[in-house]
Write a protein that binds this ligand. Structure first.
Ligand code: SF4
Length: 432
């Protein structure tokens, strides 16, 4: 759907009502700059997407009469939180006024209005439907939680992912577990060896923002892990069990427990995929997990440039090289490797970032990039990173095309693939 004209800019009255300003066309943000969005980049706001009003911020639009950019003074700026499986190509463009509150840890994609509908500059990067909102029926989830809490009354982990993750945080992975399908979460670590500026499970006292979920407060045993994960691998369609969740610290700090759990899981079943989402900080621990039976790893990073990575992760006692070693360790042993790549238009599509990403892909023989929208206040992030000028930008759509051309065998998506996809034809229509 290529638009004939740019969409109109959106603004809110600060009371949750959103309007279009028919005197201004919507623009997009890249780094610190507001720029026109190519017409081909706009799509309808996907099902499950939400719109946010941004208090203390004025939208920047393009005046079709003058061809000049100007602020919308009719209300607050608006952004879209686009649903998983879609990658935003431009951030919402606005000017922040003095005293404006820091925005919570969500992503803020540009949005507009045209021909009776909301539109966003984004691409569907993943065909897997596991986190589509229409697939989550609350009564069925509640019934599933009751049933499995009854089945494992003494299991602290099942209680945590039931009462906290599924019913309080509405974590899609936990909800899918209690619906008996797809990816099942296995959080294990109350601690972390990094101090990410935008950590969603822990924010230091006095920080301007809160964490979106509380960090796990106990160390589960291998027995508690095995008790509920083996039946899931045995019975669920396209089963995956994933260590490393948003409600914990770094799982590799619990590698001995995870190793013992994987050994026992694989003694009982060969089915499905055992995955770990991690900061990749401990390659030796990753090696031990591979020997135990781990199948895939997803390493998170905000940048393939070491200095930008270090400025965000603020690692306690590991080096950038360690996460490259972890990826190679899994690949060299036949495992599946992904990066959980936080997309920030203007930073991710910087030519130097492109070069750094290409060398990471080559050096680690990477299997997949998961192009994740970065859940962070754009101004706050760039200020905390000391990035006063993010430099030139290729454009996210151009970057995606360039990576696809440079690495035709590299896979793109948003979620950890099940074994059927890893071993099967990855691109097979996967709307399971
Ligand atoms: S690695 Fe994960 S848990 Fe650790 S600080 Fe970063 S976001 Fe938080």
């Amino acid at each position: 759907m290529e638009l004939k004209n740019p969409p109109y800019l959106l603004y809110s009255d600060g009371k949750g009502h959103i309007y279009e300003d028919q005197t201004l066309w919507a623009t997009g943000r890249s780094g610190w700059d507001a720029i026109p969005v190519p017409l081909r980049d706009w799509i309808s706001l996907p099902e499950g997407g939400q719109l946010y009003e941004l208090p203390g911020r004025r939208g920047i639009g393009l005046d079709p009469l003058t061809g000049k950019m100007r602020l919308c003074d009719k209300g607050w700026a608006v952004a879209a939180f686009i649903p998983p499986a879609h990658t935003g190509l431009y951030l919402s463009a606005y000017e922040t006024q003095t005293g404006a509150p820091t925005l919570p840890l969500f992503s803020y994609t540009a949005a507009g209005w045209l021909d009776g509908k909301f539109v966003v500059p984004a691409v569907r990067i993943e065909m897997d439907i596991r986190q589509q909102s229409e697939g989550f029926q609350e009564p069925a989830i509640r019934k599933g939680v009751q049933k499995l809490l009854g089945a494992y009354p003494a299991n602290r982990l099942v209680r945590h992912i039931g009462e906290n993750c599924a019913l309080t945080y509405h974590c899609p992975a936990a909800r899918n577990y209690f619906l008996g399908r797809w990816e099942c979460p296995v959080p294990t670590s109350p601690a972390c060896n990094a101090n990410c500026i935008g950590c969603i499970s822990f924010q230091p006292e006095g920080e301007q923002i809160g964490s979106t979920q509380d960090r796990l407060k106990f160390r589960p045993s291998a027995r508690e892990i095995v008790e509920y994960t083996v039946p899931h691998l045995e019975n669920a369609p396209y089963p995956i069990v994933s260590f490393g969740q948003g409600c914990e610290g770094e799982p590799l700090l619990m590698w001995e427990t995870i190793r013992d759990a994987i050994l026992e899981i694989r003694r009982q079943t060969r089915k499905g995929s055992i995955n770990i989402n991690t900061n990749g900080s401990m390659p030796k621990a990753v090696e031990a997990l591979m020997e135990a039976g781990l199948n895939s790893i997803r390493v998170s990073l905000n940048s393939a440039r070491e200095e930008i990575y270090r400025s965000y992760y603020l690692p306690n006692n590991y080096r950038f090289r360690d996460l490259l070693e972890s990826l190679k360790t899994v690949r060299d042993r036949g495992g599946w490797t992904s990066i959980n790549y936080f997309v920030f238009p203007g930073v991710t599509d910087n030519p130097e970032e492109f070069e750094a990403l290409c060398s990471l892909i080559r050096e680690t023989n990477l299997c997949m990039i998961q192009w994740r929208n970065f859940n962070i206040d754009p101004d706050w992030y760039l200020k905390r990173m000391g990035m006063t000028d993010t430099g030139p930008a290729l454009g996210m759509a151009t970057l995606l095309d360039a990576i696809r051309r440079e690495f035709p065998d590299l896979r793109h998506g948003y979620f950890n693939p099940p074994m059927e996809r890893i071993r099967g034809s990855f691109e097979k229509d996967f709307a399971h």
